[in-house]
Design a protein around this ligand. Structure first.
Ligand code: HEC
Ligand code: HEC
Length: 503
């Protein structure tokens, strides 16, 4: 064989091999795309050599392969749309590659990046920033490791809410996001890669995917209201006094279209329907306090002997920031450590979470010293506290409590409560180590303190009387109007330049 023939055959083999390698790699798209450049270069070299050396038939073959390659290459350059990510398997031998697949889900189909940032310099929003979530995940719920916490965050986000944030995150395994188990596994690997270690241990989904059907059927029927009439309600009911919407003129500062309330800073609603369902919007109007947008809640807190009343700007595990306004309108921000909040006595150990308790101090009946911890969860019977690094579950009934009794003579006596209330004939207390019996006819007052705790009670500054003011027709029209606020409205109004819709 001549040298020329050898070169011809070698370049033919190179062309075919690099072509197959390229196509095989590209079909695994979007995962392997960046490793394909060397194959493209080899392929192009082989194509040129082949065209120069070979004659008609082989040239035609070369040309055909080059055309196919070109199409594959161009397709690879087009950024994949969110639906194009369709994971069929995860290669756990390379956890970092799994995390990369997770990043695609995060920024694409999962719509996570519509709400979450992974950037500490981003302005705080309605959803937590996920920088270092790989490590933080292990600290959120006592006794729950990082992976278990992230699994719960994906399947049952409402089980634990990050302090300061509302129940906004959708169950991403359900429609419309509808992530598959593989996609959730990948996204969890991606989250763990943010400052933490990727844990490849397989897990069982804590849900039943058959539920998707039943919940979809339970969604409210299509809205029948008229958005144009709803827009009028939005202005007439004075929503516009507090909430800006691109394309609707807001009243001048300090003015309101309704005299019944004070105008406060409220979230811009121009894109409210982009990430929230109708249930949430309806609830926002009918029960404003149910979920309070972080950064807008009104708070009253006693700390260091002073009462701070204002807006809860931010909250984390150590401190809160409260913005107050002095009588002459000057705004001040106060950073208050949670440890500086004054303890309040608690008479009834019910609905502690709803009442805003962050910490609790109580003495179990069989203990001598009180236990103090962060309130994690509660049922009718027990409370779970995070004490140091461990979780302790304590009974709400087997609690030593103090009673303060005031006699008609004005004497005030405090003792450990043994039995009796003002409804009984007598009250028994242990005072200074010895039992004392009080006849309830001699007592003016008796207050039982079952525990004490630090409390941060946040309420919505949004008026609560809309359910009374708005007729059902108004509300239906209003909701239809709100459902059009997806950010696309901003595009439809070209003369507005201030607000650009998010992606
Ligand atoms: C509509 C907005 C929204 C979307 C979409 C969303 N989240 Fe969330 N997410 C939230 C909010 C609000 C919270 C805080 C309240 C809570 O704990 O549920 C949160 C909490 C979390 C937490 C706990 C954070 C912490 O600091 O402990 C994780 C992890 C998380 N989301 C991941 C995701 C991932 C991954 C996706 C996409 C698959 C996603 N989220 C989609 C709004 C959203
Ligand atoms: C006095 C001012 C005020 C008025 C009037 C008012 N709101 Fe609000 N609204 C707020 C504040 C403050 C918040 C944020 C706190 C919260 O979540 O409750 C809010 C929250 C909301 C939210 C949730 C926003 C989000 O980003 O999740 C919606 C939706 C909403 N309002 C709709 C309305 C509608 C519709 C009206 C008229 C019927 C209205 N509001 C009237 C102050 C107001």
């Amino acid at each position: 064989m001549s040298r020329n023939t050898l070169i011809k055959i070698a370049s033919l083999i190179l062309m075919v091999v690099s072509f197959i390698a390229y196509i095989a790699g590209a079909s695994a798209f979007p995962i392997a795309s960046e490793n394909l450049l060397p194959w493209s270069v080899w392929f192009l070299i082989a194509v040129i050599v082949n065209i120069v050396l070979w004659t008609s038939v082989m040239r035609l073959l070369t040309f055909s392969l080059a055309v196919i390659w070109f199409y594959a290459f161009v397709a690879g350059l087009v950024p994949e749309s969110s639906t194009a990510v369709n994971l069929t398997e995860l290669d756990w031998s390379d956890p970092d590659a799994v995390a990369e697949q997770g990043a695609l889900v995060f920024n694409g189909k999962g719509q996570c990046s519509a709400c979450h940032t992974v950037d500490t310099t981003a302005p705080p929003g309605r959803c937590p920033d996920l920088t270092d979530i790989g490590v933080n995940a292990a600290t959120r719920v006592p006794g729950m490791d990082a992976k278990a916490y992230l699994i719960e965050s994906m399947y049952q986000p409402a089980n634990f809410l990050v302090p300061g944030y509302g129940k906004i995150m959708p169950e991403v395994w359900k429609a419309p996001i509808a992530l598959s188990k593989l996609e959730i596994e990948a996204v969890i690997a991606y989250l763990q890669s943010q400052g933490g270690e990727i844990d490849p241990t397989p897990f069982e989904e804590p849900i039943d995917r058959a539920d998707i059907g039943t919940t979809a059927a339970a969604l409210p029927p299509l809205l029948t209201g008229d958005p144009e009439l709803g827009k009028k309600v939005f202005v007439d009911a004075a929503c516009i006094s507090c909430h800006a919407v691109t394309g609707i003129e807001s009243p001048a500062a300090g003015e309101t279209t309704n005299e019944d309330f004070e105008v406060v800073t409220a979230p811009d609603l121009s894109e409210i329907a982009a990430f929230n369902d109708m249930r949430y919007l309806e609830e926002s109007i009918l029960v404003p306090g149910a979920q309070i947008v972080s950064g807008y809640g009104a708070v009253t807190v006693r700390a260091k002997g002073t009462t701070f009343q204002g807006t809860l700007v931010s909250q984390d595990e150590e401190k809160i920031v409260v913005r107050t306004k002095t009588a002459d309108g000057v705004e001040e921000e106060h950073t208050i450590l949670l440890s500086e909040i004054d303890d309040e006595p608690i008479e009834e150990l019910t609905d502690l979470e709803a009442k805003g308790y962050l910490t609790l101090t109580l003495t179990p009946a069989d203990a001598n010293a009180p236990v103090t911890g962060q309130l994690v969860s509660e049922t009718d019977e027990v409370v779970t506290l995070k004490v140091g690094d461990e979780a302790r579950t304590l009974s709400k009934t087997d609690v030593k409590s103090l009673m303060t009794v005031v006699t008609f003579d004005g004497d005030e006596i405090v003792g450990e409560h043994v039995s009796g209330t003002t409804d009984d004939d007598e009250i028994v207390l242990v005072v200074d180590g010895s039992e004392e019996i009080f006849d309830t006819f001699d007592l003016e007052e008796a207050t039982l303190t079952r525990a004490s705790g630090k409390r941060l009670h946040v309420t919505s500054p949004m008026p609560e009387n809309f359910p009374i003011l708005l007729s059902v027709a108004d509300l239906t029209n209003l909701l239809s109007f709100l459902s059009t606020l997806t950010g696309a409205t901003a595009e439809a109004v070209p003369e507005e330049t201030g607000d650009t819709p998010a992606e």
